[in-house]
Write a protein that binds this ligand. Structure first.
Ligand SMILES: [Zn+2]
Length: 130
């Protein structure tokens, strides 16, 4: 009996690419895009992705669902956020991120391309409320 893991199997109708070891699959849905990101064990944004992106920190907002694995986010001011599947994720722009543990992190995200931060109602950067 074959066992196909639906969290890792190729996503139907997706535009698929790999950047910095991360498998990114994107499907358009209405005016949004639904993405499945598979981050391998050992992945760290500043080590594996930074040179491909060209910014000091990841300046994207990430809103979605961590379906498998564990991630740690670190903002410029040193604040950290940890997420362990199953967990809803809301990550503000201006962060480094790493996969914790020995299994890949599988994240389902929603975005609006260049308009993602505003359309999701996320802050422009990590900050603390007064
Ligand atoms: Zn902070």
């Amino acid at each position: 009996m074959s066992r196909i893991d639906p969290l890792l199997a190729p996503l139907k109708n997706a535009n698929r690419r790999e950047v910095g070891g991360v498998t990114i699959e994107v499907v358009a849905a209405g005016s949004s895009r639904v993405k499945r990101m598979i981050y391998p064990a050992g992945f760290r944004w500043s080590t594996h992705m930074k040179s491909a992106v060209g910014t000091d920190l990841c300046m994207h907002a990430h809103v979605g669902f961590l379906a498998r694995g564990q991630i740690e986010i670190r903002y410029a001011d040193g604040c950290t956020a940890n997420f362990t599947a199953p967990e809803v994720v809301a990550i503000e722009p201006g962060h480094d991120g790493a996969v914790i543990g020995n299994e890949p992190a599988v994240m389902i995200e929603f975005d609006f391309e260049s308009d993602t931060i505003q359309r999701l109602g996320m802050p422009e950067a990590h900050r603390h409320r007064p």
